[in-house]
Ligand binder design. Structure first.
Ligand SMILES: [Cu+2]
Length: 427
């Protein structure tokens, strides 16, 4: 006799047939859609370097299919990581729904161990909460289960595994569930972006995140991309931009700082913050287990940094157990050690600003350094760029170009006369 679980599994298999697989494949390979005019009352969310989950409307229910399994993710050119995720990616595809929807989400488990999905911050029947042991058994490998609930709220929510969490979250099993309000609740949003903040321990020369780590996180990502692998976000001058930030750790909170702007924190995983409770700031702390929405009008054109302000979170594969070699000439030492330890690097004899020039072990990225319009950008990790332009083409080229600074607005060397003048000023 077929067990109930098996029957659900076969039902899902029919539903998840060729058409759905094809749709999923298309969604994964398509370039990120340009955010544009509001559709059906809201502006669709763009998950840079990510995807949006496709759905089918079946008898008024929005039906989704998530397939948990191992996947490879290139965090940045030169670093391919063996992760776990859904539908071939981490973070999982962004699930976008509207308050009032009924949703049914089939979850197929292709992992080597059990799994569940917890809908983080979602108000739902207890039995749909996805906590292994407490509200359900883990979904065994090879089976497809389903979750179904009404969306009774709006805001930036999350989903993540809730079985062997330490391993499964450390391997990448997290994603956005974004619920739009039924009717507009504030000013029209022109660009709506979602960035999932994560940290990983991937020792140099390896490809598997180490789930046992508590403190040694050395790769920090936005949507599982580390700078210079992060795709910039763009906006046209004058547009109202929302950026949704989410953090499931494992261990660290991230103060996310935007250059060139003041913004308001307008929402959390519990929905909008009342306007009377908002204040302007330039950095928002995103603690583990929460989301924060920020909003601003993009009225200052330029290439603006957006990053975690923990300085170690702006580095890639930084080793933390090295002596402080700043000021030491280690060239002779490196020559002697390298034949014995091929991956050996002496850290930062002249400071760390030149680390992008060093030799790297295989499958390892430089601690800092992406190509910039002036020189190498001395950043890595949880760092991306907000590109605000008077004209946006929307063909994928906006993310690539650099800002054309008006004459006289770029820092540069002081002239001879100025140096003399400076002396006379006594400064
Ligand atoms: Cu951080």
């Amino acid at each position: 006799m077929l067990s109930r679980r098996r029957m659900i599994a076969s039902g899902a298999a029919t539903l998840a047939g060729a058409a759905l697989s094809k749709q999923l494949a298309v969604a994964q390979n398509a370039p990120p859609p340009a955010s544009g005019p509001a559709v059906g009352g809201f502006t669709p969310v763009v998950t840079p370097d990510g995807s949006t989950a496709p759905f089918k409307l079946v008898d008024g229910v929005k039906v989704f299919h998530l397939v948990a399994g191992p996947c490879k993710r290139e965090f940045a050119p030169g670093l391919v990581v063996d992760c776990w995720g859904w539908n071939g990616r981490t973070p999982g595809p962004t699930i976008e729904v509207v308050e009032g929807d009924r949703v049914r989400i089939y979850v197929t488990n292709n992992l080597p161990e059990g799994t569940t999905i917890h809908w983080h911050g979602v108000l739902l029947p207890c039995g749909m909460d996805g906590v292994a042991g407490l509200t359900q058994k883990p979904i065994p490998p090879g089976e497809t289960w389903k979750y179904e609930f009404d969306v009774r709220q709006h805001g930036t929510l999350m989903y993540h595994s809730h079985f062997d969490e330490m391993t499964q979250i450390a391997m990448g099993m997290m994603g956005f569930l974004i619920a739009h309000p039924k009717a507009a609740t504030g000013p029209r949003i022109d660009r709506d972006y979602a960035l999932f903040l994560s940290e990983w321990h991937i020792p140099a020369g390896t490809s598997k995140p180490n789930p046992l780590t508590m403190n040694e996180f050395n790769v920090l990502t936005m949507n599982s991309k580390a700078f210079p692998g992060t795709t910039p976000i763009v906006a046209r001058t004058g547009e109202r931009v929302r950026i949704r930030l989410a953090n499931l750790g494992p261990m660290d909170h991230h103060p996310i700082h935007l250059h060139g702007y003041q913004f308001e924190v307008t929402g959390t995983e519990a929905g909008p913050i009342p306007p009377s409770a908002r204040h302007r700031t330039t950095t928002v702390l995103v603690p583990v287990g929460t989301t924060r929405d920020i909003e601003f009008v993009a009225d200052a054109p330029g290439d603006w940094a957006l990053h975690c302000h923990m300085t170690h979170h702006m580095m890639n594969q930084m080793g933390h157990d090295f002596p402080n070699m700043t000021g030491v000439d280690a060239r002779g030492l490196d020559k002697q050690v390298k034949p014995l330890l091929p991956g050996y690097m002496t850290m930062g004899t002249k400071g760390m600003g030149h680390m992008h020039q060093m030799d790297q072990p295989r499958n390892t990225i430089a601690m800092v350094g992406g190509d910039g319009p002036f020189s190498k950008i001395d950043m890595g990790g949880m760092f991306t760029i907000l590109k605000v332009r008077d004209e946006i083409k929307g063909d994928g080229s906006d993310e690539k170009g650099w800002f054309g600074h008006p004459p006289g607005t770029v820092a540069g060397p002081a002239g001879e006369g100025e140096l003399e003048g400076l002396k006379q000023l006594g400064l």
